[in-house]
Design a protein around this ligand. Structure first.
Ligand SMILES: NC(=O)c1ccc[n+]([C@@H]2O[C@H](COP(=O)([O-])OP(=O)(O)OC[C@H]3O[C@@H](n4cnc5c(N)ncnc54)[C@H](O)[C@@H]3O)[C@@H](O)[C@H]2O)c1
Length: 303
């Protein structure tokens, strides 16, 4: 297959279903050879028995592409490191990492167990950090050997990470953390030829099809199926290709036919006394600044 990823090798985590599957198929359709990772867990991260990664590999091969399955847990050192060795052993190189795997344990904060906190932090934050670290180690060695790569990493945040989402305190914190990780990785790794960008997608997958059933519903015959996960993948493919040279450390919201650059925290109204405030003075100043500031976007799930 030829396309904007011809000759490139991509790893996609959590690619057995949902958005990851769509990304893997779209990367293969543009010529990439793909390592399709998926541990095959339930919606809450609990163990399941099926192996969805191999099914997606079979789909890619049936369409004339090249792919191999990887069934490891991306939040472990072995799982993350073997993503890289699998790419190198199967295809001889690694160019693109799409960090996508994850699951939810939604509860209001007062009902949220420590286990639900830890599991969501682990799969999203550590599950982003470890594959990124191992891929970057490989790319840094390439750069030091005089073979500076055109390496690309796409991370997966969420509107919940950008604005917060009621009932998703653990998930929102993890997805906000992924933005911080993305910014630092982009700043640290540019010198090795590595670009790192984040997406905040929205699409109909098992993660959303029940909770947001109405928003996610497919249209009647013939209409544009805005919430199909396949709509998110073209930007991921482009960010994962050499064509995106110069784009790094950015965050894109992607949904249906819409791509939005998210503009991050920046200083708003400010006051400087040039000396220490008293608490009462600090409060008065804060209220004045708030009155002059923009109203924040609402947290998802509030009005
Ligand atoms: N669907 C949406 O609207 C939406 C919105 C914002 C963010 N996201 C994010 O997009 C990503 C993909 O979500 P999705 O909606 O396709 O969900 P999904 O449940 O359909 O797919 C996630 C996949 O990750 C796999 N996985 C989970 N833990 C793993 C691990 N430790 N190692 C390897 N694989 C593992 C699961 O088996 C599953 O196949 C997630 O990070 C999610 O938080 C989705």
């Amino acid at each position: 297959m030829t396309g904007i990823c011809s000759g490139r090798v991509a790893v996609v985590t959590g690619a057995g279903r949902g958005l990851g599957r769509a990304h893997a198929l779209a990367l293969a359709a543009e010529g990439a050879k793909v390592v399709v990772n998926d541990l095959g867990v339930g919606l809450d991260g609990a163990a399941e028995t099926d192996g969805p990664a191999q099914r997606v590999v079979d789909e890619i091969r049936a369409l004339g592409g090249e792919a191999v399955a990887h069934g490891g847990d991306i939040a472990t050192t072995d799982g993350a490191a073997s993503l890289v060795t699998t790419a190198l052993e199967a295809f001889g190189r690694l160019d693109t990492l799409v960090n996508n795997a994850g699951f939810l344990r939604d509860r209001m904060l007062v009902n949220l167990d420590e286990d639900d906190w830890d599991a969501v932090m682990r799969v999203h934050l550590k599950g982003h950090f470890l594959p990124l670290k191992h891929a970057a180690e490989h790319w840094r060695a390439e750069a030091k050997g005089g073979r500076t790569p055109q390496a690309r990493v796409v991370t997966t945040s969420s509107g919940a990470g950008l604005l917060g989402s009621v009932g998703q305190g653990n998930y929102s914190a993890a997805k906000a953390g992924i933005i911080g990780l993305t910014l630092v990785a982009a700043a640290e790794m540019g010198r090795y030829g590595i670009q790192v960008n984040a997406i905040a997608p929205a699409a109909r997958t098992r993660m959303t099809e029940h909770t947001f059933a109405e928003t996610m519903a497919a249209p009647g015959e013939g209409g544009f199926d805005a919430m199909a996960p396949e709509n998110v993948s073209p930007l991921v493919v482009w960010l994962g290709s050499a064509a995106s040279t110069g784009v790094t450390g950015r965050v894109f919201e992607v949904e249906g036919g819409r791509i939005t650059v998210m503009e991050g925290w920046r200083p708003g109204p400010t006051a400087d006394k040039g000396a220490r405030w008293s608490p009462a003075e600090a409060g008065g100043a804060a209220l004045g600044l708030l009155a002059a500031s923009e109203t924040p976007r609402p947290v998802y799930g509030t009005r």
